[in-house]
Design a protein. Structure first.
Length: 281
């Protein structure tokens, strides 16, 4: 699998990342097998969070044989220094590791959250202290709004962002271009989420994929199109959704990846028409 440079560092990440929610509610044996398969496919970037149920407890033992050769990222939803520090310590124990390669503020959405994070006693203090103590190597954030992402990029020298880079959101919600531009200008690595999202779920619609709160692409050809869209942008890696079948589609797409042509970019924009983006601007 292709690897790309992580921001300003010499670290290289697989263009497909392993979303830790994949192993949530699985048996340990199943988690071990899924992680082993991902490693065999060339994935070296794993991302998880305490909010993914028991995913940390499953991923820790599954990753143990490979820990020295993978890039492990974790996140916190906490916004104060004390709470973020406590959650970091808990995640280290659950994942059976002495450090994280990347630790991130998770799902920042509002300017009020940004201000809380950077106020005295805010979560950013815990992240900086953890880096100084060698508990984490790099710092980043995930965001679900352009407003929050741009504010965070302006407030601190993060190593990476984790942000929805998605064909429908981009074309039908105008969601993403400003963040990609700002991150690229600052030399901040862009890690993508929601690559395979297709549209919002309709009211009363059955969820075919229980770990996805949206309707993802419906077949491999759509997955290939979605992955090619995301990886044709200045993205280091795209993190998988929470189902192994979708991870496999992403891996297969990455194996035959080639950047979109101008005509193909137009085709994708056309195909996105009529779909309701999961993130509008």
């Amino acid at each position: 699998m292709e690897q790309r440079k992580y921001g300003k560092t010499n670290v290289k990440l697989s263009v497909i990342g392993f979303g830790g929610i994949l192993v949530m509610n699985d048996s340990q044996e199943s988690a071990n097998n899924i992680v082993s398969e991902a490693i065999e496919r060339g994935i070296n970037y794993f991302d998880v969070a305490p909010s993914y149920g028991n995913a940390e407890e499953r991923l820790g033992p599954a990753l143990k044989p490979y820990r020295s050769s993978v890039f492990l990222a974790c996140k916190t939803l906490k916004r104060t220094k004390r709470e973020a520090w406590e959650e970091l310590q808990q995640s280290l124990k659950r994942l059976q590791t002495d450090y994280f390669d990347l630790y991130q503020l998770h799902a920042v959405t509002t300017i009020e959250e940004v201000n809380q994070i950077f106020n005295e006693g805010g979560a950013i203090e815990a992240l900086v202290e953890a880096r100084e103590q060698g508990l984490v190597k790099y710092l980043g954030f995930s965001a679900h709004s352009e407003e929050a992402a741009l504010a965070l990029l302006n407030r601190f020298d993060f190593d990476s962002i984790l942000f929805p880079i998605n064909w429908v959101c981009w074309h039908q919600g105008n969601f993403g271009p400003r963040v990609v531009k700002k991150a690229t200008e600052k030399g901040v690595a862009i890690l993508a989420i929601k690559t395979l999202a297709k549209r919002r779920l309709r009211e009363g619609e059955d969820r075919r994929w229980p770990k996805c709160w949206y309707a993802p692409v419906e077949n491999f050809q759509e997955a290939l199109m979605a992955v090619r869209f995301t990886l044709s942008l200045p993205v280091t890696s795209a993190v998988s959704p929470g189902h192994v079948e979708l991870l496999r589609w992403m891996c297969e797409a990455a194996e035959i990846f080639k950047p979109l042509s101008i005509d193909e970019e137009r085709e994708i924009a056309e195909k996105s028409k009529g779909l309701e983006p999961i993130f509008p601007r």
